[in-house]
Design a protein around this ligand. Structure first.
Ligand code: 6PG
Length: 264
């Protein structure tokens, strides 16, 4: 049957009722466009207000196509990298050239392609003893240049694992209950090996903007569970512990994540 070119595509689909705002797109490109636009706006606003922008990025497979999009899409080439401090949300305790190292991928997809001053690039070096304490110190010292109250991350990009973890905050793991530190080591039976170093709720929830990027049909069932849960369920579903105290929480989902059905 011939396709009528004037027929409108029905692009409505059910969206899980998650806390904060939910931004959806049919395909990955649409979601990346919305996330990139929000990142650019926040970055420019922070550079205008503070002269710099503190960005923390996650690892995992979901954000890599987004990072590539930031590099090649002309809309995002004006991100103010020369004024950006680039942090990593979490990393695995492996050598920096190990394929499992989150920062290796961030370095290869972003750092090597933008004009960011080397002292503003902050790998976690999670393979070194005392890495969590050193990263905690580096964050406090760098953010201390700002006025009290503004000494927080400006934009954090998180993902969500199929078990409901985010960053390296795994269900029932010791890092979930850390009250003071901004960064801790995390390990235990629920932590997918190798051991990790991760930003804590305290730091993540203080951020000005928290973006959670979740794509693909394999995440649908967990998104539905997270939508039915509440903040008290954070021990079992750590993503529910992301409740920014004064900042914005925004989810970025594709149709497959919302419906459980992959596009043909
Ligand atoms: C990591 C992450 C982690 C990730 C989720 C989702 O180091 O793996 O920071 O929290 O965001 O596990 O990973 P995927 O995008 O690979 O599904």
């Amino acid at each position: 049957m011939a396709i009528d070119p004037y027929d409108l595509v029905d692009d409505s689909f059910p969206v899980p009722a998650l806390p904060g705002r939910v931004v959806t797109g049919i395909e990955a490109d649409d979601v990346h466009g919305s996330l990139g636009a929000d990142l650019l706006l926040q970055a420019n606003n922070c550079v205008r207000a503070y002269g710099e922008f503190h960005l923390a990025l996650s690892g995992g497979s979901t954000p890599l196509p987004f990072y590539r999009c930031l590099m090649v899409d002309p809309r995002f080439r004006q991100l103010p990298w020369e004024r950006t401090h680039l942090w990593v949300v979490d990393d695995r305790c492996v050598a920096p050239d190990d394929e499992r190292c989150n920062f290796l991928h961030i370095r290869e997809t972003i750092v090597e392609h933008v004009e960011i001053p080397p002292h503003q690039v902050h790998p976690m070096d999670a393979h070194l003893p005392g890495a969590a304490e050193a990263y905690d110190r580096a964050l406090r010292e760098t953010l201390a240049w700002r006025e009290v109250g503004h000494d927080r991350l400006d934009f954090v990009l998180l993902g969500m694992g199929g078990d409901g973890h985010t960053a390296s905050l795994f269900p029932h793991s010791p890092a979930l209950v850390e009250p003071e530190a901004l960064v801790v080591a995390n390990d235990g039976p629920t932590v997918t090996p190798p051991a990790r170093v991760t930003m804590t709720y305290r730091l993540l929830n203080a951020s000005r903007f928290v973006a959670v990027l979740v794509m693909g049909a394999s995440k649908h069932a967990m998104l539905e569970r997270v939508a039915r849960a509440d903040a008290d369920d954070a021990a079992t579903l750590p993503i529910r512990g992301i409740v920014p105290t004064g900042g914005e929480l925004r989810w970025y989902l594709d149709r497959a994540a919302c419906t459980g059905v992959q596009s043909p």
